[in-house]
Design a protein around this ligand. Structure first.
Ligand code: AMP
Length: 402
């Protein structure tokens, strides 16, 4: 069975075509700058025993429908195609950011599901409209395929009320559904399952802290395979310091910006979501540049990395307190998988908690799951490559076969 996984953004569509018979990625690509005068598509075709082939095009793509139609053509292209007929795609799996408290697992798309994704737009105004648009156009372009949605919030629906409620008057929860939902659920669940398998533990008894460090960053406390707390909240803004997001901040800063500095909500939103984090402190949200500048003793990069890893360490401490004995700490995503310096700094001086990184192992690079724990570490420390697309495809496959 071939499954097309789609991640539809406001002006982009990311996709992967996966053959679920052997979990092989047949094609992957990205349509960018949809709606602009010059849009861009990069499409790759992967082969088991040959070099991959790719095709890049610059053309005007007026909307998501035209974008997905171009993808459909590339999937059938004589040079870089992987299928001969669109009907070969039996399932399309969609990433949807916010499922609120309405979804705790993947579901088949129907009118009710689409209405609910729409009703959740106030909770995810940047993401849910684009995600819904991806579903609507896929229903037209791949009309014969089963459409499945996988929610980024679903894995965190197991959190107890004492973790997900805000300490504000109840009506904001009952009437407006303001609470912690958490994000990156697909990634946290995927890497935790991989880690449990690697260690030979049953997932239903697996206790871990999962640390997803990409451009967005979040941590999850996992008890018996379930999320019991997570660092993001109603939105992807709180918690850790991120590429361009502030993470946790005293809300009084917002009042100050609004009243004293006369900034609008839109301006404050822009500062906290797009101008803060690594970018706010060191002027750059690419961790590779920050690490390089840290090593050149540049003061702003040093402060940025110290702040970034200090936050991670504080969350490790608080999650250890609520979880008790732990099987593993897992690092994943762009920074977590690639930056040995970030892992080393986040785990430094935690020997008293049973956490000790082996310097040599930490500096080895691998595409596979890798242990970076020193032999004296009582907690397993793992680097686990995340694969949100495969996880979405697996969940869609399971639903399609049910
Ligand atoms: P993601 O959102 O998972 O794609 O991760 C994006 C982030 O990973 C960016 O901030 C990149 O700078 C970072 N990243 C990718 N490769 C490396 C690397 N070798 N060292 C440090 N950070 C990296």
């Amino acid at each position: 069975m071939k499954i097309l996984v789609i991640n539809s953004g406001s002006s982009s569509i990311k996709y992967q075509l996966i053959n679920m018979d052997n979990k092989e990625v047949l094609s992957a690509g990205l349509v960018e700058r949809i709606g602009e005068s010059e849009s861009y598509i990069r499409h790759q075709r992967f082969f088991k025993d040959q070099e991959s082939r790719s095709k890049e095009e610059k053309l005007h793509i007026k909307d998501h429908r035209s974008g997905l139609e171009q993808v459909n053509l590339l999937l059938q292209d004589s040079e870089v195609g992987a299928i001969t007929n669109p009907d070969e795609i039996e399932v399309v799996g969609h990433r949807v950011v916010h499922g609120g408290d309405m979804f705790n697992a993947a579901v088949n798309v129907d009118d009710d599901v689409k209405e609910k994704i729409k009703a959740l737009i106030p909770l995810a105004p940047l993401h849910n409209p684009a995600n819904l648009e991806g579903i609507l156009v896929a229903e037209k372009v791949f009309a014969k395929a089963q459409q499945v949605v996988v929610f980024d919030t679903a894995y965190h629906q197991s959190m107890p009320p004492h973790a997900f409620r805000f300490a504000i008057p109840e009506r904001f929860y009952t009437e407006d559904k303001l609470r912690v939902y958490g994000m990156h659920g697909t990634s946290h669940q995927y890497v935790a399952r991989q880690a449990a398998r690697y260690l030979g533990n049953a997932f239903s008894q697996f206790n871990a802290i999962s640390i997803h460090l990409g451009n967005g960053c979040s941590m999850t406390a996992i008890k018996n395979g379930k999320s019991i707390d997570t660092s993001m909240g109603l939105s992807p803004l709180p918690g850790l310091m991120m590429g361009t997001r502030s993470g946790d901040i005293d809300p009084t800063v917002l009042f100050y910006m609004g009243t004293k500095l006369q900034m609008s909500f839109e301006e404050i939103d822009n500062v906290l979501n797009k101008q803060s984090g690594l970018k706010g402190i060191a002027g750059d949200n690419d961790m590779r540049h920050i690490v390089e500048r840290y090593q050149n003793n540049e003061a702003d990069a040093q402060l940025a990395l110290e702040m970034y890893t200090y936050r991670i360490k504080k969350f490790i401490g608080s999650y250890l307190a609520i979880l008790g004995p732990l099987d593993a700490i897992i690092f994943t995503a762009g920074v977590g998988e690639n930056s040995s310096l970030v892992r080393e700094m986040a785990c430094a001086d935690l020997e008293h908690l049973g956490i000790k990184v082996d310097e040599k192992k930490n500096n080895q690079r691998s595409r596979e799951i890798q242990s970076i724990a020193h032999e004296d570490s009582s907690i397993a420390l793992l680097v686990v490559p995340t694969n949100e697309e495969l996880s979405i495809a697996e969940q869609a496959y399971e639903l399609a076969n049910r």
